[in-house]
Design a protein around this ligand. Structure first.
Ligand SMILES: [Zn+2]
Length: 154
């Protein structure tokens, strides 16, 4: 029997303590994005990753921006700093031509509306961190979502 998760792995710099993560499971970026092929592997930059776009919601990723064929697909995934265990961070996993091109830390508040998908973990942070509701997130009107996100800044 295979594992239930694969792991996105990257050297991510914690914006709180400055420690750079190891490229292993310690950032807790576990994912079942490969569905039935999931087998406990480390998926870093250069890893071949064929996304099953019609199944993304079932695989725990909420669609934000529509995917444009031939363009880079940007997926938001949560991570944790192993050194300070600071509040959940977010990284973007960029996939183009069925290969992971980039994994880096992002400011989720700024980047959310530029993602094609975001991991379902985002639901925990909608109110406290982002100041929006689940309905706002699921609303397919990106400009309305953008307005709500930025109107909460003061
Ligand atoms: Zn840290």
């Amino acid at each position: 029997m295979g594992y239930s998760y694969d792991f996105f792995v990257a050297a991510l710099t914690c914006p709180h303590c400055g420690v750079v993560s190891k490229e292993n499971y310690t950032t807790k970026m576990q994912t079942s994005i490969r569905d039935e092929d999931t087998d406990g592997v480390y998926m870093g930059v250069g890893f071949p990753l064929v996304l099953n776009l019609p199944e993304m919601e079932e695989l725990n990723y909420i669609p934000i921006l529509p995917v444009v064929e031939g363009e880079t697909i940007r997926i938001g995934h949560s991570w944790v700093c192993v050194s300070c265990m600071w509040a959940r961070r977010w990284a973007v996993v960029e996939v183009a031509e069925n290969v992971i091109q980039k994994i880096e830390d992002i400011d989720i508040k700024k980047e959310l509306i530029k993602l094609n998908y975001v991991h379902f973990d985002i639901v925990d942070e909608l109110h406290a961190v982002l100041g929006i509701s689940y309905d706002d997130l699921m609303d397919s009107d990106i400009s309305a979502l953008s307005k709500k996100l930025y109107s909460t800044e003061s």
